[in-house]
Design a protein around this ligand. Structure first.
Ligand SMILES: CC(=O)N[C@H]1[C@@H](OP(=O)(O)OP(=O)(O)OC[C@H]2O[C@@H](n3ccc(=O)[nH]c3=O)[C@H](O)[C@@H]2O)O[C@H](CO)[C@@H](O)[C@@H]1O
Length: 831
């Protein structure tokens, strides 16, 4: 019972390989694993800590219920996403094939009832392809050739009328699509038109569980074999529970184990890393695994033995009270339909719905809707608009020639070369630990299409050495740290790199950083911060919340402006301030040329005593999909920097009345987003130039003082609406749940935009800086394609062009400052 799992990540020979039919990365990729990713993956950071090779539980008063709730909610998520909900509940549910089978080509009604558990999932059907009804399938199996190329019988699982329906189909042929993720095009008999094939969009493809794949390798196990196995303590031979599922956290596999009721209380589930050190014996014949749990592992999430019945009843009452408040609120908001799932489904599904409801701030949803529709019903660009006055430029051409002289290592106090002066001031701020960087890597990454990676930052650019966006950005951070410590040798700066993630991107991003060993950065300097999500609503009057299933609300991340509430909720701004950080650069992950930790930007903002910094480039054409920076002279009721001086604590008394004061006039910077601009503004010209030509490239800067000010709830950013096609389920008049896949936008996602935070800053404290688009702006917004702008290919070409241009001016060999100069070039090139 004393073995440590701290060493597990280091030694692949400890690993057991899983061949599995549920989502996984390749087996070899999953042999790593560490306590950090394990804890993250099960969401237990707050309930436990790992120290000296031992899992410790935190303060008894907080941990148990929270941790159990957290895990049960995660369980439910995994169960839903992998379609194993019934397995968890331990019930075999008979599923009657529905009438829809008859309309599905060659589907058959030969079997009146089918057990879901007789099948395993091999893929999900993403979309139709071409005019002959081909279907694009995302592989969930380790045997894709066998499953998607070999003709024969397969099965399709859909949710029809709120229930799983399984139908038989015949695979005619299939072929692989080369891309970042496994994806296959398959043809199914009878589905020979796009219309017919579209009936299967969103469905899951199955094979019978007894349809075993080709032989497994040594020490490889088939996940369906593991489920249901007994879990035995190797040392004592005591049975402690049963495996109910396997979850792949990206970095390692985790066994979900239901503890034996008499031992640990009812329905307690724990996670056990599936690595050889902890699970040394897997006996398929005897249907048992033997484990050697590190101290403390089995106690995670188990209700404390110290928790008295009274305390447990108290917790239960508290939970009921919270839930009753949610019910009332939903009823008052006219959204009580989201509770319908509580009267159907099994216990796990109902629990999942309850857990999700408890995580949603419905008051915030209501405010967001009011704000968004207020904004829509009035003219969103009301008030007087002006382009910004003359914007200073970062002049790299001058800077480059300057760095080729022996002055490079000097620290000019007052250079008349602005860019050089800003650069050195910025390096000093870096050396003194006064800067941090945020990468906006939340959202849903849907625009890169089905072949794209799960997270934009993982996108690899096809450079001479393939590198992901995250890697390019991390290297720049390392370079700028190095450059600062060469000029200030006493310093060894570590710039905090804050990674904004969302529900969709959090787990894969963490796993990727783990797998890539933080790209050479110190793990402690990378801080992950997950943004909130809000429910999506339908377009119709009343704006009902859309349901993904009877037990799951459709939710979406709150836009990149969700950064601010996430930073405050997780105390990041306080932490930055305590660590002496004064400026934070915030940039979009999808810009391949972004100068991460740019000393010029920091130095410039510092010199201007700015609270907000905004990099812009000249807008290419009226049709370019970029927001434009402009100055508003507005008259409205919302508070701006002139209405509120939040620096004084004493303001609190007058706050409420201030909020309802009559409108005032003030000016502030903002960005008109490309899809919110009128044609007149978009195309307005002054001679040959566009009037609104300062394109927002989503590389901004905020002082920590200003971030503190934004914590004032009255300065919460407003919400914008994004119209989307959102598949949903709805109960019809006969009480059956039906899936709807709209072909037109039917729903609304509510989003905050990062640049709306400029509004609360005195324009005098906003420092705009024009940079060269060829050097600093290579956005990746679209999936690759002939003539398509802003793709991985266009970004790669820009990086290579910049590198070629700079290498033609390489410093002379042996010249003083050569090393620094080449580091500088590497920083400027980005590769
Ligand atoms: C709202 C916003 O900033 N729009 C800017 C964004 O447009 P764009 O249309 O790219 O804006 P998106 O909101 O899609 O994404 C911007 C960045 O924010 C991140 N993200 C997005 C949503 C979310 O909930 N969480 C999150 O972190 C994305 O990962 C991305 O890194 O970049 C363009 C330049 O390329 C600018 O001209 C636009 O003004």
């Amino acid at each position: 019972m004393t073995s440590s799992i701290a060493s597990l990540g280091a030694s692949p020979c400890y690993s057991l390989l899983l061949k599995q039919l549920i989502p996984s990365q390749s087996c070899l990729e999953r042999v790593r694993g560490s306590h950090v990713s394990f804890l993250h993956s099960v969401g237990l950071q707050q309930a436990s800590r790992f120290r000296n090779g031992v899992f410790e539980r935190l303060d008894d008063s907080q941990k148990s219920v929270g941790a159990v709730g957290c895990v049960s909610s995660q369980m439910a998520d995994v169960a839903r996403s992998e379609g194993h909900g019934r397995r968890v509940s331990g019930r075999l549910e008979s599923v009657v094939c529905h009438a829809s089978r008859a309309s599905s080509g060659t589907t058959t009604a030969a079997e009146p009832t089918i057990n879901v558990e007789d099948f395993v999932e091999i893929g999900t059907i993403a979309e139709t392809h071409g005019i002959y009804g081909e279907l694009r399938v995302r592989s969930l199996t380790d045997f894709p050739q066998e499953r998607f190329e070999t003709p024969g019988t397969r099965w399709i699982k859909r949710i029809l009328m709120g229930r799983p329906s399984i139908t038989q189909v015949e695979l005619v042929e299939g072929r692989e699509i080369i891309g970042k993720q496994s994806s296959w095009l398959v043809t199914l008999e009878g589905f020979d038109t796009p219309e017919k094939a579209s009936e299967l969009q969103g469905a899951t493809m199955l094979v019978r569980a007894d349809d075993r794949p080709a032989s497994l390798g040594e020490e490889e196990d088939y996940i369906p074999d593991l489920v249901g196995m007994d879990v035995i303590i190797e040392e004592t031979k005591e049975k402690i529970g049963t495996i109910v599922d396997i979850h792949n956290s990206g970095a390692s596999d985790l066994l979900r184990v239901q503890l034996t009721a008499s031992k640990r209380g009812k329905d307690v589930l724990i996670w056990i890393p599936f690595v050889k050190d902890i699970v040394p014996v897997v006996d398929i014949e005897a249907k048992r695994v033997e484990i050697r749990p590190p101290e403390g592992l089995l106690d995670l999430n188990v209700p404390s033995e110290g928790l008295t019945r009274k305390e447990m009843r108290k917790e239960e009452r508290k939970r009921k009270a919270i839930f009753s408040a949610i019910r009332k609120r939903l009823t008052a908001l006219g959204q009580a339909h989201v509770l319908d799932g509580l009267t159907t489904g099994d216990e796990t599904q109902r629990q999942a719905l309850m857990d999700q409801l408890m995580t949603i701030d419905f008051g915030r949803l209501q405010q967001a809707l009011q704000h968004a529709f207020g904004l829509l019903s009035s003219d969103s660009v009301a008030g007087e608009l002006q382009p910004p006055p003359t914007i200073p430029q970062a002049n790299w051409a001058d800077f480059e020639s300057w760095t080729n002289t022996k002055k490079y290592k000097k620290r000019p106090a007052n250079s008349d070369n602005d860019t050089a002066r800003w650069w050195f001031k910025g390096l000093q701020l870096v050396a003194d630990g006064e800067v941090a960087v945020v990468v906006l890597a939340g959202g849903q990454a849907t625009r890169l299409g089905p072949g794209g990676p799960p997270v934009k930052g993982m996108l690899e650019l096809n450079l001479p050495e393939a590198k992901s966006l995250f890697e390019i950005q991390a290297e720049r951070l390392l370079l700028v740290q190095e450059l600062a410590s060469q000029v200030y040798p006493e310093a060894a700066p570590q710039i905090p790199w804050i990674v904004l993630t969302s529900d969709a991107t959090d787990a894969p991003t963490r796993a990727f950083f783990d797998e890539k060993e933080y790209f050479g950065l110190d793990e402690s300097q990378v801080w992950f911060v997950k943004q909130d999500s809000l429910p999506c609503v339908d377009l119709e009057e009343g704006h009902n919340i859309l349901l993904e299933s009877p037990w799951k609300l459709a939710v979406a991340p709150t836009g990149n402006g969700g950064l601010f509430s996430a930073l405050h909720a997780q105390n990041i701004v306080d932490r930055l301030s305590e660590e002496g950080v004064r400026y934070v650069q915030v940039y979009s992950v999808d810009n391949a040329l972004v100068r991460v930790g740019d000393p010029v930007f920091f130095g410039y903002a510092h010199e201007k005593e700015a609270d907000v910094g905004v990099k812009v480039v000249k807008r290419n054409s009226p049709d370019e999909a970029v927001g434009v920076v402009c100055l508003h002279k507005d008259s409205e009721e919302n508070p701006t920097h002139e209405d509120l001086d939040t620096s004084s604590e004493d303001d609190s008394e007058s706050d409420d009345t201030d909020m309802t004061r009559e409108s005032s006039t003030s000016s502030y910077y903002g960005v008109l987003e490309y899809n919110e601009m009128t044609d007149t503004l978009r195309t307005a010209k002054e001679g040959d130039d566009l009037v609104y030509r300062a394109a927002h490239i989503c590389v901004n800067l905020f002082s920590v003082d200003y971030l503190m000010k934004l914590a004032n709830p009255k300065l919460e950013l407003g919400f914008h609406t994004a119209l989307k096609r959102i598949p949903f389920m709805k109960e019809d008049e006969s009480g059956e749940w039906a899936t709807h896949v709209p072909d037109q936008p039917n729903g609304i996602k509510l989003e905050q935009f990062i640049f709306d935070a400029f509004k609360h800053c005195d324009p005098e404290k906003v420092a705009l800086l024009e940079v060269n688009r060829n050097e600093e702006f290579a956005p990746i917004k679209n999936a690759s394609g002939e003539g398509i702008p802003d793709t991985a290919e266009t970004a790669r070409d820009m990086l290579l062009a910049l590198q070629n241009r700079l290498s033609s001016t390489s410093p002379e060999a042996g010249q003083d400052g050569e090393t620094n100069s080449s580091l500088l070039r590497a920083y400027i090139c980005g590769i």
